[in-house]
Write a protein that binds this ligand. Structure first.
Ligand SMILES: [Zn+2]
Ligand SMILES: [Zn+2]
Length: 258
């Protein structure tokens, strides 16, 4: 049985309802963590999962809201007999190594074992017997990677864009796929007011249009900016102007069955 659990669904500015975006992917008893902002252990425990079941941490990029909780995550588990693999681009993995080293979390004598594994765009990695990933480029930051998950048992595919500007290659990757979790930072009017956003993020009107063209089966918009005032009804309305497939606008702690 596979499932997705949102530990956060917000952008870099958290709100009372939404923390920075991160995701747990569950396959059988094992867990994969995608990005590592704050209070990860507490969030995992709140969902009644065991953090020691995390076999891999995938980092999308090294902006603060996606990695700042990593030292705390490792620190909390440093005396556990636990191996964690940290995957990301070379730049992300180097950054994570430096970040953990700065907090003296790589020194001898700690029980936790950490492996750093860097991936190039297009490279594959087998995370578990029946779960494989393939990375792709995401135009957002020099360290950015998106992740394409292949759930072999469930025969489902999930594309996780991470933070990204709208990019036709990502929608090619997502063509007729089961799930697309995509940057949807704000409704279009905020991008018109702040045009610099176009090179970094995606708005809901464009996300709907591209998802329709790609024939995405289930669209899950995410990474909602907390610094702008808008309702999720506005996001939904803009997406629905073109996209008519299944749409899930996730809350923090929401579970989605694969
Ligand atoms: Zn972000
Ligand atoms: Zn970012």
């Amino acid at each position: 049985m596979s499932g997705l659990y949102f530990l956060g669904t917000g952008g870099s500015v958290a709100t009372a309802e939404r923390d920075n975006t991160s995701l747990l992917v569950k396959q059988g008893q094992e867990l994969i963590l995608v990005d590592c902002p704050g209070s990860i252990l507490q969030k995992i425990k709140r969902l009644n999962f065991n953090p020691l079941k995390i076999s891999a941490v995938l980092i999308t990029h090294i902006h603060t809201d996606h990695v700042y909780g990593l030292p705390s995550f490792v620190h909390s588990l440093m005396f556990e007999d636990f191996l964690v693999r940290i995957y990301g681009s070379e730049e992300s993995v180097d950054f994570c190594r430096k970040l953990l080293d700065m907090f003296h979390l790589l020194k001898e004598g700690l029980k936790i074992q950490i492996e750093f594994l860097s991936l190039k765009p297009g490279e594959r990695a087998q995370l578990m017997d029946s779960l494989e990933i393939r990375t792709f480029r995401a135009p957002h930051h020099s360290s950015s990677l998106g992740y394409h998950f292949f759930f072999r048992k469930a025969r489902k595919e999930l594309i996780y864009s991470g933070d990204t500007a709208t990019d036709s290659l990502i929608f090619k990757e997502a063509k007729e796929k089961d799930f697309l979790i995509h940057d949807c930072s704000a409704p279009s009017r905020f991008f018109q007011e702040h045009p610099s956003l176009y090179s970094m993020h995606t708005h809901s009107l464009e996300l709907g249009k591209f998802s329709k063209e790609a024939g995405v089966k289930c669209l899950i918009p995410c990474h909602f900016f907390g610094e702008f005032k808008y309702s999720l009804a506005e996001i939904e309305e803009e997406i629905r102007r073109s996209y008519q497939g299944e749409l899930i606008i996730p809350r923090d702690y929401q579970e989605i069955t694969i």
